[in-house]
Design a protein around this ligand. Structure first.
Ligand code: ATP
Ligand code: MG
Length: 439
């Protein structure tokens, strides 16, 4: 491999080439999107991440060697192009480039494993098999530009509100909520697991006096389901804050979701247009439905649900039909929530847990936590788990633990609500599901 020479440095991205540059000599880098050879003139569309520019080669004006080089180009090859900008009413950007020199960095084999233009619709499996090409499509890269904006907003939001970003381990010795749904791994001579949630660690950060923390990281769930909203590896946006209750952290979540939507609407206009999404900015507080009312609402639509059950898929669907956009589901039965969830003091069969829903999709779960050591120990045992297996965690509750609350927001599911996509696989670069571990 040779190092890139200084002669071949990009001067412009294609989106920045317009008639204002007329007469200038520029250098662009990109992929061959399309070649049209009309004999007397050749048009080549060159694509980079955020746009395209047309190379126009009238055979009378270009020397034969260069023409020959252009004729040999193949779709999706990567080239560098030097040339002069010329105004053009017909070209996409109102400008085109008359080539003076071309450098082929990499010639793409033909035929391509899939069509990277938007002309032919491919099945999701075909697309994921050749994901690197699929991601070249503006309608696909738009999803990840929105995700990047979302994550950036999340970080800025937390930093501006005094949260510390933390990184907790993903190799763990015991389960967060019990032994199911975990990927066991071999850890030298011991058994270990991939972390299903930073829950226990972010709570320990409260005992550590970090006051307010957030983490954006992978979670691993060995759930075998094959649904449009579950993956075996997902990104969770987690927060935990001391001296806050469930209502306080619901407000944090509400504010964060609104801030993300505002920023995406402002900064991702092109991407939203490409995806044909018209994002509504939710005003004020999201609606709150308590669990009791939700059970009644679900039963009223002839989907049977007993008090104390988790929402079935059918229940989520009818509730989603009745509710618009984002809403909180609160006052969950203690029984069906994890051991670390704080029961209601007056009526302990109910809890201080909540979910944030978007229509029929759960995007976040949160709660005020149990911060009293003895109660926590008791609750672990009630769930049929061995408190001694949680020794390292429980210890943090014995030597000064503030009351605290927090939530986990699924970044990929949140992105589904921003991009209008129904299949979570589309919002993850290289999704991991029951059947897919590559690429
Ligand atoms: P569900 O009931 O939909 O399976 P959950 O209640 O098991 O989700 P939590 O443990 O509450 O999920 O995790 C917090 C958030 O993390 C969820 O609200 C969701 O947004 C996201 N999440 C959880 N599991 C997955 C998964 N397998 N794939 C993608 N996102 C997930
Ligand atoms: Mg949940």
């Amino acid at each position: 491999m040779t190092r890139l020479s200084n002669d071949w440095r990009r001067t412009h991205y294609t989106k920045d080439v317009d008639e204002s540059l007329t007469g200038e000599n520029i250098t662009v880098m990109g992929w061959i999107h399309e070649i049209r050879d009309l004999g007397g003139i050749i048009f080549v569309l060159i694509r980079d991440r955020d746009g395209m520019i047309q190379l126009t080669a009238p055979s009378k004006e270009i020397d034969d060697e260069l023409l020959e080089q252009i004729r040999k180009l193949r779709k999706e090859s990567v080239i560098g192009l030097k040339g002069t900008v010329q105004e053009s009413g017909k070209a996409p950007n109102g400008a085109e480039i008359i080539p003076s020199e071309i450098k082929v960095f990499s010639l793409a084999n033909q035929p391509l494993p899939m069509d990277p233009t938007e002309k032919v619709k491919a099945e999701i499996d075909t697309r994921l098999d050749s994901r690197f090409i699929d991601l070249r499509k503006p309608s696909v890269s738009a999803i990840f530009k929105i995700k990047s904006k979302m994550l950036h907003t999340v970080r800025t939001f937390f930093e501006e509100n005094g949260y510390l970003e933390v990184n907790t381990p993903k190799l763990v010795a015991s389960a967060t909520e019990g032994g199911t749904e975990l990927f066991p791994i071999t850890y030298f001579e011991k058994e270990a697991f991939l972390g299903q949630s930073p829950q226990l660690y972010k709570q320990m950060m409260m005992s550590a006096g970090f006051d307010k923390v957030y983490e954006i990281a992978q979670i691993f769930r060995a759930e075998e389901h094959d649904t449009l909203r579950h993956l075996n590896e997902a990104i969770s946006i987690d927060m935990e804050a001391s001296f806050m209750d469930d209502v306080d952290v619901m407000k944090v979540l509400n504010d964060l979701v609104q801030e993300v939507i505002i920023n995406v609407k402002n900064d991702c206009k092109e991407e939203l247009k490409t995806l044909e999404v018209d994002l509504a900015t939710p005003e004020g507080h999201f609606e709150i439905v308590n669990y009791d009312d939700a059970v009644d609402m679900i039963n009223s639509r002839n989907v049977p649900m007993e008090w104390g059950e988790d929402l079935s898929r059918a229940a989520e669907k009818v509730l989603g039909d009745m509710m618009d956009g984002y809403y909180f589901l609160t006052e969950w039965p203690t029984e069906i929530k994890p051991f670390y969830v704080m029961p209601n003091e007056k009526n302990p069969i109910k809890s201080h847990a909540f979910d944030l829903m978007y229509k029929d999709l759960e995007i976040s779960s949160g709660a005020m936590r149990v911060h009293q050591h003895d109660l926590l120990r008791e609750k672990i045992a009630e769930k049929g788990l061995n408190p001694d297996a949680f020794g390292g965690y429980l210890k943090a509750f014995e030597y000064g633990m503030p009351p605290h609350s927090g939530w986990g927001l699924g970044a990929d599911r949140f992105n589904m609500t921003l991009t209008g996509l129904e299949n979570i696989r589309e919002t993850v670069l290289f999704p991991r599901d029951r059947r897919r571990l590559t690429p």
